[in-house]
Every structure is written in C-alpha cells, then in structure tokens.
Design a protein around this ligand. Structure first.
Ligand SMILES: [Zn+2]
Length: 294
C-alpha cells in the first residue's frame, strides 16, 4: 500500500502523510573530501578569498600528494571529474578498504589539524542554523507544497551539510538506501535555505539524473520540465510566501535555471493555480504543451 499511487487516494493520503523528514548530518570523512575536491575545482578563488579553507587544502596536499590525488579525483572510476560527490566518496571508501593503513593514517592526521577543527565547527554551526530554520518554516511551507502539488509528501531524506563557503546545493544519491542531498551554503537572502532544501527535496519526488547514465533525449526533456515545476513551487512560490517580497524571487536575482523557459512558465503556473485542480501531473501536461517551456 505504501507505494500505491493513485490520484483518487491523494486526498486520503494527505490526511495521513508523515511529511518530508530531513535528517541533518555532518560526516567528517565526506566533509574532508568535499572540501578538498571543491577547492581543487577553483583553487585561485579560494587562495584569494578564503585563507582558512585554502590553507587546509595546501596542508592536505603537502601531507601526501598521491593520497591527496585519490581523495580529490576518485580512485577506481574515471579520474577526470573533480571529486566532491558522494559517488567519489564511495570510491574513496573502497580505497580505504584496499589500503586501510595508509588512507586511515592520512585521514586521521587531517582530522587532527587545527584548521580542520575550525572547518568542522563552522560546518556544525551552519548545520544547526539550517535545521532550526527548516523546522521553523516547515509546517507552513509543507502545507503550501502539498496544496500546490497534491503530492503525498512522505519521505525521509538525509541532508549532508558541508562547509557553507563552498557553495554547494545538490541532490546526491541514496546513501545506505536513504535519498540524500548535499547542502553547504550561506543564505543569500532570508529563508534561502528553506527554499532550496525544498527544491532539492522535491527532486526526490521526480526522476532525476543521479548515477544512472544513458538518459534519452525524452528523459532529459522530462527532467527539464520537472525542474521548471520544482522552481515554480520552491524558488518562486515558497520564496514569495516566506518573504512576501518579489525582490528576492530568483528571476530578479538571476538564480534560476532555464530563465527563458521560466518566463514562459509563470503565466501557465498562474493559470494552473486559478483552475483550482491542483495536481502536479496536470501541471506537467500544461507545461509540456508549451513550446517555449520545452
Ligand atoms: Zn534543481
């Protein structure tokens, strides 16, 4: 019964839904790998702007250049992508198991470093802020998302918090079977974290390109439409609900993906809301029918 989805039971399901339950976590190993991998993607920026993060990065490189490469580029798979995803983290864990002594000693020494202690405490502090803000806004925003989509919002999601100055917000994958997202950002405007955690969480209610390659053109088209839907619900509607100020909306701050499609989608969104039959699959049909959105 749990996985049974039928539009006729949406109303009943709503009454018993447990909601979206976010579990905020800081994983020290992932934090190290994410920090080093992200900086490796833009070292000049961090050298200029962030002495703490950059100095830890330089330190990690100097302890062992070869292990540093494994940590930041991944071990078993293609070594071309800068490694800051959980997928890379699992590569790294495999390497841990292949060469436990060397890897564990390297990681243990990084964990003892005073700069890492500071990075960790800043990340933990940020995790507490994100959790508090999410909980504070949860009831009101959940009611809105539910009402606007008709979705049965019943999911547990792990949120892996990483350092807020590394600017990362993305869906990762299931970690130990639990759908997960990575969030490591400061708020650019009020309630920013709430809006974007809803955005990332909502990706888990649609299909998304995670670890499965081989996406067809149709898959990508559908994903893009779903992304437009997510932005309308979270980035637009929730930002407006929480801040009541159109200046923070992403089309003013230039933050949303597919700006042209979003401009076309907004009038359709308003029409959808006026219709009063709020069902996200109906919305997808309405948006798919518009060439400008597709
Ligand atoms: Zn997204």
């Amino acid at each position: 019964m749990e996985n049974y989805r039928d539009e006729n039971i949406v109303t009943i399901a709503k009454a018993v839904t447990r909601g979206v339950s976010l579990d905020f976590e800081v994983n020290e190993d992932f934090l190290i790998m994410h920090t080093l991998g992200k900086i490796r993607g833009a070292p000049i920026y961090y050298e200029k702007n962030d002495p703490l993060l950059f100095s830890f990065y330089e330190h990690a490189k100097s302890v062992s250049p070869s292990i540093f490469d494994l940590v930041t580029l991944g071990s078993n798979k293609d070594k071309t992508r800068i490694g800051y995803s959980f997928e890379r983290y699992h590569d790294w864990e495999d390497t841990f198991n292949d060469a436990p002594g060397v890897m564990r000693a390297y990681v243990a020494s990084l964990k003892r470093d005073a700069r890492f202690a500071k990075i960790l405490s800043e990340t933990l502090e940020r995790a507490r802020e994100c959790k508090a803000q999410w909980e504070n806004n949860y009831d009101a925003t959940k009611a809105t998302v539910e009402a606007l989509t008709g979705l049965d919002l019943d999911k547990n999601i792990s949120v892996y918090i990483t350092h807020p100055r590394l600017n990362c917000g993305k869906v990762i994958e299931t970690v130990n079977g639990v759908p997960s997202v990575n969030w490591g950002m400061n708020d650019l405007w009020p309630n920013y974290t709430t809006v974007y955690l809803w955005h990332e969480a909502l990706h888990w209610f649609f299909e998304h390109p995670g670890l499965h390659d081989k996406w067809t053109k149709e898959d990508i088209e559908k994903f893009n439409i779903d992304h437009v839907i997510i932005q309308l619900i979270a980035d637009y509607e929730l930002a407006l609900q929480l801040n009541g100020d159109a200046n923070y909306l992403p089309h003013k701050t230039g933050e949303w993906h597919f700006p042209k499609a979003m401009e076309k989608a907004l009038p359709i969104w308003n029409r959808y809301k006026e219709e009063g039959v709020l069902n996200v699959y109906r919305l997808r049909e309405m948006l798919s029918a518009d060439k400008g959105v597709r």
